[in-house]
Design a protein around this ligand. Structure first.
Ligand code: C2O
Ligand code: CU
Ligand code: CU
Length: 489
């Protein structure tokens, strides 16, 4: 056992979790690594259909239903929006209105959340408290501000206790808010990365109690529903990839050798200067806006292992134990990139991006602390996932903030695993993470809080009175209660 695992195992013992783990149901990460899907590997990447706004409005229907959907080159009994996994990509402009008729054709309740969009949480807006029953239709309406940040966002169901199952089943899609000042590129791609586990009958495998505690990781990692597709390009071009981490729990440490990578932004944030990277991590729910300068050669887009504390949770294993999340020491090949042929002409250089609002210069009206913990429930025999000692209760308002003010929040993780914090409606500016100052202006809507560590952020509550939620975006944890309610007035 590696020292890090031993240390976490000891911390775990201190929390008295060993009994829970010993009594846990078996792991579900084995299986399905076989040759069944190999026939589909190497097919050119395809993209979900695009629904684009016109005349300031995008009106669409999203039907959530189970079906035999094309997944990983075969047919899989899964969930999808409009028969796809992922669902259609929505393309809008700042200032647009989006009208969605959600048709619930599932056998259970659901609803719709536009992750990362700065829109009202009230009424039939981005309201996570709505419950759309099976067979019911519901009309959502969202109005984007003219100043809405361009970037990559996504949509998914948000019915508490069913979020992880419905996303793992296949319900998600990308949203692009276009740039008023276009970024000159040769081509754009949307890459929705998700994971799932199939049982022997080609159905989505159910999650065990242990899967939910650790945060389930599927054993197939898909790009736009495809298994290890190929992207081809000519050398000398500039591609813009919008990457969505739609995995329920898996963190993606992405790496692509042989090509020049620069981040234009993360989530709703935009870097003033392009940020050269060799690899970067997307927690579940995060998005990257990545520029790829193509160079001749072939390479692989990899998801490298991320130890988010699950090893310690198990009290065994360590890096290289493939039965644990992040335990696959070599990582997972997500796609192959083939750059060949005659060199194309480079587009014009990317102009510097407008500088973002910097809350470090602004007055703080209030400070708050949010503490994320895991512990055993008295008598219940299960694990409690809490924020400030409480499990989610939709009828309780945990925090009330003033519209028009800036707050500073300290996010504390007092548990042996990493958790993330996601806040609806209002993005967060990172100030400090794990004792390190964040010098560049960095805006995210999902922030990882490493085990036994803390992160400081500032939030501007400009506009939108109403109630909404914040939660761990390891969505099994959210479903287990690691969520709270915030009201802005
Ligand atoms: Cu991606 Cu509360 O959600
Ligand atoms: Cu969200
Ligand atoms: Cu968590």
């Amino acid at each position: 056992m590696e020292p890090i695992s031993r240390r976490r195992a000891l911390q775990l013992g201190g929390l008295g979790l060993a009994g829970v783990i010993a009594g846990g149901v078996g792991l579900a990460w084995q299986g399905c690594r076989g040759t069944r899907f190999d026939a589909a590997v190497g097919v050119e990447l395809s993209e979900p259909s695009v629904l684009a706004s016109s005349g300031g409005e995008l009106a669409l229907e999203l039907t959530a239903a189970e079906g035999d959907l094309p997944v990983a080159g075969g047919r899989v009994r899964a969930l999808g929006f409009n028969g796809g996994l992922p669902g259609p990509t929505l393309r809008v402009w700042p200032g647009d209105r989006i009208r969605v008729t959600l048709r619930n054709r599932l056998a259970e309740p659901t609803n719709l959340h536009l992750h990362g969009l700065h829109v009202s949480p009230a009424g039939n807006g981005d309201n996570p408290f709505l419950r759309i029953e099976p067979g019911q239709d519901f009309d959502y309406e969202y109005q984007l501000l003219d100043t809405h940040p361009p970037g990559a966002y996504w949509y998914h169901p948000h019915h508490h206790q069913l979020v992880a199952d419905q996303i793992f089943g296949g319900l998600y899609g990308a949203i692009i808010v276009d740039d008023i000042d276009p970024v000159p590129v040769t081509r754009e791609r949307v890459l929705v990365i998700s994971d799932l586990t199939l049982d022997g009958g080609g159905r989505i495998a159910p999650a065990s109690t242990m899967d939910r505690m650790l945060g389930r990781e599927g054993n197939l990692v898909l790009v736009n529903g495809q298994l290890r597709p190929t992207m081809t390009a000519a050398p000398g071009t500039l591609e813009r990839w919008r990457i969505v981490n739609a995995c329920v729990s898996r963190y993606l440490r992405l790496r692509l050798d042989g090509q020049q990578l620069r981040l234009l932004g993360l989530d709703s944030g935009r870097f003033t200067e392009l940020r050269p990277v060799e690899e970067f991590v997307l927690a579940g729910g995060n998005r990257a806006d990545l520029l790829v300068s193509t160079m001749a050669g072939s390479g692989q887009l990899l998801a490298l292992p991320v130890d988010r504390g699950a090893m310690g949770m198990m009290g065994r294993g360590g890096r290289g134990d493939p039965s644990l999340p992040g335990g696959d020491a070599t990582g997972t090949v997500l796609a192959t990139v083939e750059v060949a042929g005659a060199a194309a002409s480079q587009p014009a250089p990317v102009p510097p991006q407008p500088s973002q609002r910097d809350l470090r210069r602004e007055t703080v009206a209030a400070t708050r602390t949010f503490t994320l913990r895991m512990g055993t429930a008295m008598g219940a025999g299960g694990m409690r996932f809490t924020i400030d000692g409480r499990e989610y209760d939709p009828d309780r308002t945990d925090h009330t903030v003033r519209v028009g003010t800036v707050e500073e929040w300290t996010l504390v993780n007092e548990s042996p695993m990493d958790h993330s914090l996601h806040l609806h409606v209002w993005p967060m500016q990172l100030l400090r993470t794990g004792g390190r100052e964040v010098t560049e202006i960095t805006w995210q809507d999902v922030v990882n809080i490493p085990t036994h560590n803390r992160v400081t952020v500032r939030v501007a509550f400009d506009a939108y009175p109403g109630r909404t939620v914040y939660h761990c975006h390891i969505l099994d944890h959210e479903d287990l209660g690691m969520m709270g309610v915030i009201e802005a007035r």
